[in-house]
Design a binder for this molecule. Structure first.
Ligand code: UDP
Ligand code: MG
Length: 313
């Protein structure tokens, strides 16, 4: 009998957990050929989510949970889920029903019958999302796919069912700053994409603000591309060439026309411009250096406060 692990990151989802669990049960009953492990990862919720999970766990032997010492973010929650998953197949699923559990049978079929390593989901519409956000999201995917080896699919959700092989590959990526869209793209494997219409969350609010998304996308770029560094070197070279040309021009003008060099305004502009470019480039370098700094500290990705899983050796 195949075992499927469902990883459910939970951060303040007290309103969504009940409807989610009901729907999940409906689907798992339908898939009675498979065994399920339901792994809730409580990412430092401050509402009663954890109590609700514990209550569910007391009457459902399939449920296991891990509770973090604070909010570490969804990336950390997913990673903890992968680390503790024991299933032959593993899926990450949001607790707000935006990742419809009803797609599971089809996803499972894609792996078992059609031979894919993973079946992922992609929303084809961004309905219900602010226009500005959709616009910048599209630009981000265009850009990142041009500058990175890791192919990232526009509209891809974290919701996907994966084979054990693929989960092990994800765990082998040892970075502490985890950007899973990039990790999925980087490790490769055969992925089948299921498209579906965007569903609004069943209750509660999205945890993403526009600011957080901007920060997240910069992380994605810095984590999976070194192009910004190259751009800064090119800017340096371009400015050197420009400077050399300017010198030649001034010398010739002086020799031929005897014009004294004049105008401090233009000089100020140049100094400001070049200074700005320099600081900008140092800033880019700083971003990478900061990443390196954080990586070398090897801090744990998450800390567990309590759980009903016996720690693996
Ligand atoms: N989540 C989490 N930690 C966080 C933020 C979110 O574990 O810091 C969980 C959240 O409970 C939900 C999933 O990640 O199950 C997706 O979050 P959300 O619905 O806010 O994201 P969106 O669907 O808007 O991208
Ligand atoms: Mg959501």
């Amino acid at each position: 009998m195949d075992k499927i692990t469902l990883i459910i990151p939970v951060f303040n989802e007290q309103e969504s957990l009940k409807p989610f669990y009901t729907e999940l049960n409906r689907v798992t009953e339908e898939m009675n050929e498979q065994e399920f492990e339901i792994l809730f990862v409580d990412d430092g919720s401050t509402d009663i989510s954890l109590e609700m999970i514990k209550e569910m766990a007391s009457s459902d032997r399939r449920i296991r949970y891990i509770s973090f010492s604070r909010n570490f973010g969804k990336e950390a929650a997913m990673y903890a889920g992968f680390v503790h998953s024991t299933g032959d197949y593993v899926a990450v699923m949001d607790a707000d029903l935006q990742d419809p559990p009803s797609l599971l049978p089809e996803m499972y079929k894609g792996i078992v019958e059609e031979g894919y390593d993973s079946v992922a989901t992609r929303r084809v519409t961004r309905k219900g999302e602010p226009k500005v956000r959709s616009f910048f999201a599209r630009r981000f995917y265009k850009l990142i796919n041009r500058i990175s080896d890791a192919k990232m699919v526009d509209g891809a959700r974290d919701y996907r069912l994966m084979s054990r092989k693929m989960v092990d590959a994800i765990l082998a990526m040892s970075e502490v700053n985890r950007f899973s869209k990039g990790i999925y793209g980087w490790i490769g494997f055969n992925t089948k994409w299921l498209a579906y219409e965007n569903v609004n969350r069943v209750a509660g609010k999205s945890k993403w603000s526009f600011r957080k998304l901007v920060k997240y996308s910069i992380e994605g770029i810095v984590d999976f591309s070194t192009l910004p560094l190259k751009i800064s070197s090119f800017m340096g070279i371009a400015l050197c060439i420009l400077g050399a040309l300017a010198i030649i021009f001034l010398v010739i003008r002086k020799l031929v026309f005897g014009d004294p060099v004049q105008g401090w305004a233009s000089l100020t502009c140049i100094v400001l411009f070049v200074g700005g470019v320099q600081l900008f480039c140092i800033g880019i370098m700083g971003q990478y250096l900061a990443r390196t700094y954080l990586e070398t500290k090897k801090r744990p990705v998450y800390l567990v406060r309590e759980s009903n899983i016996e720690e693996k050796e």
